[in-house]
Design a protein around this ligand. Structure first.
Ligand SMILES: Cc1ncc(COP(=O)(O)O)c(C=O)c1O
Length: 348
């Protein structure tokens, strides 16, 4: 047994990696998922936020009971921030895009943080965008500190120091391919920097959303804002080029469809018992794209960023599934038995 920990902060990191049997069989290779949902905040962002706060503390920028930490986030960073602020005694303001799931917003509030909802469909430089709102509020609020996960390189530093080494150890150095979604880019860049220093041949695929500016920038060096498009997935793709995306460490960007990614997680839950967030389904789409080049000697690691319980009112809600064309409730033998039982019982 592990010893009792002093706070939830001590249980951040050290997440499990599990083999995905069905995908390994289909593609005749070895596919593993690194389950970041096992962090106490149920996402990869616990690591990032902890590292950014600890660096700010070391630099003397924060004072317990006085400082207010402000951030713009798709939700997971907000939850991790609210959780760590509650433990450490900082005030917290989180600016969230209005497409964030209700669970994420309520959970951030439950941890004592203030939530500011910002429109999803506006450009990054619009004063109402979540970036500008966070920036403005951090100037208005006394003793505020803007975490700024897009530009704060302690974001990727967290994954270079912890997630990358864990993946290397858990695969006993056998990893040949790594796939992760990219938004701020901190996760994929920190991990791939560490892995490529160990073995420069490790192939790194970033999963991007349709309408994101990242893939186009990687391929052409151009920042094209006309590409912007609203998507359903949270934490996949970006409308700015954050310095946390280390473009040279990424071999390719693949743009995936929201629809297929959601189908993947609904199937995964039933096949492997893993209830994963939407961006995890996006990494499975990435796997499908690179699959023709894979064989038995390869070890592929998919970074699963968060837990499906963050999307109970969205991807895992049956009404939502029907409205969005995912009616996956099939009539099978079990349903027939249950329906007959109800019918007979209610008609006695
Ligand atoms: C669910 C989810 N997946 C993936 C990511 C991408 O991580 P990163 O910002 O490190 O690129 C995020 C980031 O917010 C996220 O919330």
């Amino acid at each position: 047994m592990n010893k009792a920990q002093q706070s939830l902060i001590d249980s951040i990191g050290g997440t499990p990696m599990v083999k995905l049997q069905e995908l390994s069989d289909i593609y005749n290779t070895n596919v593993y998922a690194k389950l970041e949902s096992s962090n106490p905040g149920l996402s990869v962002k616990d690591r990032t936020v902890l590292n950014m706060i600890e660096h700010a503390e070391k630099e003397g920028k924060l004072e317990k009971g006085v400082s207010t930490l402000v951030e713009a986030t798709s939700g997971n960073t907000g939850f991790s921030l609210a959780m760590i602020c509650a433990i450490k005694g900082y005030k917290c303001v989180v600016c969230v895009k209005d497409k964030a799931s209700t669970e994420k917003i309520n959970a951030i509030k439950a941890l004592g943080a203030k939530v500011v909802l910002c429109p999803s469909g506006v450009k990054a430089d619009n004063p109402r965008s979540y970036y500008r709102t966070a920036e403005t509020l951090s100037k208005l609020i006394p003793d505020a500190y803007y975490i700024n996960q897009n530009y704060n390189l302690n974001n990727l530093g967290a994954h270079y120091a912890t997630t990358g080494p864990e993946i290397w150890e858990q695969t006993e150095g056998k990893i040949t391919h790594f796939i992760s979604s990219a938004s701020t880019g901190g996760t994929i860049s920190g991990i791939s920097k560490f892995l490529k220093e160990k073995n420069e041949d490790i192939d790194v695929t970033a999963v991007d959303s349709e309408g994101s500016v990242l893939k186009h920038f990687h391929e052409t060096g151009e920042y094209d804002t006309s590409l912007k498009r609203k998507t359903m997935l949270e934490g996949v793709g970006k409308d700015i080029i954050p310095p946390n995306v280390l473009m040279d460490n990424i071999d390719r960007f693949i743009q995936i469809s929201d629809k297929e990614s959601v189908k993947n997680i609904l199937h995964l839950a039933k096949k492997e018992g893993i209830m994963a967030g939407g961006s995890c389904g996006a990494t499975i789409e990435g796997l499908k794209e690179i699959a023709p080049g894979l064989n038995k000697n390869h070890t592929v690691v998919l970074l699963f960023s968060d837990h499906g319980s963050k999307y109970l009112s969205k991807f895992y809600d049956f009404d939502w599934q029907k409205e969005n064309g995912y009616s996956n409730e099939k009539e099978d033998e079990l349903t027939t038995v249950i329906n007959e039982f109800y019918f007979n019982n209610n008609n006695k």
